[in-house]
Design a protein around this ligand. Structure first.
Ligand SMILES: [Zn+2]
Length: 428
């Protein structure tokens, strides 16, 4: 028995050597390390170094000691399948500067959280690669602790990020739950850096206002390009706040709207033909019509050619949609404008209501569409689209509780390119 005990103590000594090598803090010493009786955890007791004063957590300066609180456990990165805890009794200081009795600040932990900073950074990094649930499973911890870790790292990152000069931004929305639950996302889409700048609840004027407040007047007034969809609250605020910037309507959204209108025409006509007992020529034509014709396979191409011989509203709507694609080939805003006007004129005469609606809306936003050409086609909403797809993946991976705050953290964490708190060692 004596021998076994000696071995345990010996290993504990080794552990302290390792800790001193990777997680050492001035003013504190690792005292001893022992297994708990169930042999599942290792507890490392930490003490203040003799003669070193505690730091006031309010003013971050040394202060006179007052008393000591009961011992607390701080969870550290697990080691070889053992949980590791630091045991430390926090001191309180009687801070003359603050004129109050305040708990000390310790370098390995943050306020009231039970995880050490090193463990939070460790978990948060994994939570970017795995889902939060998987991260919790792999490290035998809870979803809530992973949440805590990400919250700590993201909060730090937002407080310490530099916005710098932002030339181009893209605004987009994501539906994150049924029943009109939307998030507004604003991305920086400069050539050298693309990142998520801001997440807001809903897509109202009021919520979008939060973006301008968060960025500050200086950053906002220097923005040169803004890319957004045709959502009115976005248009209105951008007009108000960034009157100097060139506002470009998102090409992807225009195409998406057009596809939606075409699909409506097709579904409607297919139903009517079925009711009237006509041959089901529109059967299974949905993807044939929605895909760009150059992306169709040989057999699909023949099927499409057959379909286009019929005199159907759907076919006419399809041809209008396909013709519209030519717009993006223009380089001159003036010629693009002529084309757009002509397309709208034809479409409005088409007597296909969903397409007419699109044409009216395009007419109304003519200048913003032509800004794409005025910006020399440099601002591609494809970047926004790519980021938004990543955002959707993040939303799928992170929720356990699909609350707004969880999604906000997850999005900043994976797309914000935020700086990370410093660490004493790369624990990878
Ligand atoms: Zn103080």
């Amino acid at each position: 028995m004596v021998e076994v005990f000696a071995i345990v103590r010996f290993r504990a000594m080794e552990l302290i050597t390792i800790l001193n090598g990777c997680h050492h803090f001035r003013g504190f010493v690792y005292h001893h390390a022992l297994f708990t009786t169930d042999k599942k955890s290792i507890e490392v007791s930490v003490r203040p170094r003799k003669g070193s004063a505690a730091i006031c957590s309010r003013c971050h300066r040394p202060a006179r000691g007052y008393d000591q609180l009961p011992e607390r456990r701080f969870e550290f990165i697990p080691l070889w399948g053992f949980f590791v805890f630091f045991l430390y009794a926090m001191r309180r200081v009687d801070c003359r500067r603050c004129g109050a009795v305040v708990v000390e600040e310790v370098p390995w932990a943050d306020g009231k959280r039970t995880l050490t900073k090193a463990y939070m950074l460790f978990l948060a990094r994994w939570a970017r690669r795995l889902s939060w649930k998987e991260t919790a499973q792999v490290f035998r911890t809870s979803w809530e602790k992973v949440f805590d870790a990400v919250e700590h790292v993201v909060t730090w990152g937002l407080e310490h990020r530099t916005l710098g000069q932002i030339d181009a931004i893209g605004v987009d929305e994501i539906q994150y739950a049924k029943g009109h639950k939307y998030l507004t996302l604003v991305y920086q889409i400069d050539i050298g850096i693309t990142r998520l700048l801001w997440v807001g609840k809903e897509r109202t004027v009021q919520s979008f206002q939060g973006f301008f407040t968060a960025m500050g007047q200086e950053v906002i007034s220097n923005i040169v390009f803004i890319c957004s969809d045709m959502w009115d609250p976005y248009l209105k605020l951008i007009r108000e706040k960034c009157s100097e910037a060139l506002h470009i309507l998102d090409r992807f959204h225009i195409v998406a709207k057009m596809n939606k209108a075409l699909d409506e025409v097709r579904a409607d006509e297919a139903r009517r033909m079925k009711r009237e007992g006509r041959a089901p020529v529109l059967h299974k034509s949905r993807w044939l019509l929605l895909r760009r014709s150059e992306n169709l396979g040989v057999e699909q191409h023949f099927r499409l050619r057959d379909l286009l011989r019929y005199n159907l509203k759907t076919v006419r709507a399809y041809l209008l949609k396909e013709a519209f694609q030519q717009l993006w080939n223009y380089n001159s805003p003036a010629w693009a404008g002529k084309f757009l006007d002509e397309w709208c004129r034809q479409t409005i005469r088409s007597r296909i209501e969903p397409m007419k609606k699109i044409a009216r809306s395009l007419r109304q936003h003519r200048e913003l569409i032509l800004n794409y050409f005025r910006a020399q086609k440099l601002i591609s909403s494809g970047v926004v689209e790519g980021l938004n797809n990543k955002a959707k993946v993040t939303i799928r991976k992170s929720y356990g509780f699909r609350t707004y705050h969880v999604l906000e953290l997850a999005l900043y964490h994976s797309l914000g390119k935020l700086p990370e708190p410093e660490s004493t060692h790369e624990f990878f």
